[in-house]
Design a protein around this ligand. Sequence first.
Ligand code: UT7
Length: 315
Amino acid sequence: MNDSPASKIVGVGRALGSRVVSNRDFEATLDTTEEWISSRTGISERRFVGEDENCATLAIEASREALKHAGATGESVDLIVCATSTAPESMPSVACLVGEAIGAAGVGAFDLAAACTGFSYAASVADAMLCSERASRVLLIGADAMSTIVDQTDRSTAVLFGDGAGAVLLDRSDDPSGFVDHILGADGRMAPLGRAGHPGDEHKLYQNGREVFKFAVRILPEMVEKLLSRNHISLDDVQYIIPHQANARIIQAAARKMEVPDEKIVVNLDRFGNTSAASIPLSYPDIFDGLESGRYVITVGFGFGLTWAANLYRI
Ligand code: UT7
């Protein structure tokens, strides 16, 4: 386990695309049904960005909400890390745009790309910066506008994804609450299993859904077990597991393997679809007020690359 200081979550916020798209909406444009989508994925609806929105506007909105929730100002932030793969432009980074919007100009700001695993990667970086005293207050964001890189005529991917951003404000703290451990992994030999271009590119998202599915069901329990065993805690000590939200069947199969009761698993994909790097932090506002001091939250994800990562957080 880490020695103090720790990186403690002091504020959470989220933003979603303004267009609500239901499964039935896809029946009009694609050879699909509400029944196929809900039974194969668990998704009922997702949110797409509207005309004047993109990944950066969502990241800004979520960040403002997290600051407000913490009662903090943008000027007090000294590092901004944004996990994303759908920045509206390659340059500037989304993190720079967030810094400008919240009045934190002049502080370090960068994006980090690890596909759907991005938030867990970024959390480990933010934690390292705080614990090594290179930062004292970090704005950590996961933001993706997946509708800008998905082929809306491809039924096998169009129905899966959504647009959102989740932000958490992290403070260096001397109390025991904060990140305790992280796992990071990647294997580029599996890159062909999922690829996508930038927003606006011809090269839209492709995935081998079945293979990614199998990989996810294997890797999620492996990471959780590793975190538990090397930190000498049990599932009873864990209040919540927040998995990456790709498919309800992946989450259920992984939960069965781990023998985790449903109430410990946090789910948002029914409302938001797969929001890639935003999928995990979008859950924080749903659970934050009910977190029980002394227990743990595990965040655990996987994504293209393939990449995988997990974080253990002591409440
Ligand atoms: O977060 C990033 C990483 N990505 C993932 O985690 C994705 C993981 N994989 C999955 O979630 C699932 O594999 C999918 C949801 C992508 C697909 O579910 P599946 O149960 O693995 O279906 P499948 O790909 O084996 O396709 C079954 C059938 C196919 O038809 P045939 O070949 O059996 O005639 C597909 O063409 O379902 C068809 N299909 C659809 N039918 C109606 C695929 N998409 C649709 C659709 N509506 N939207």
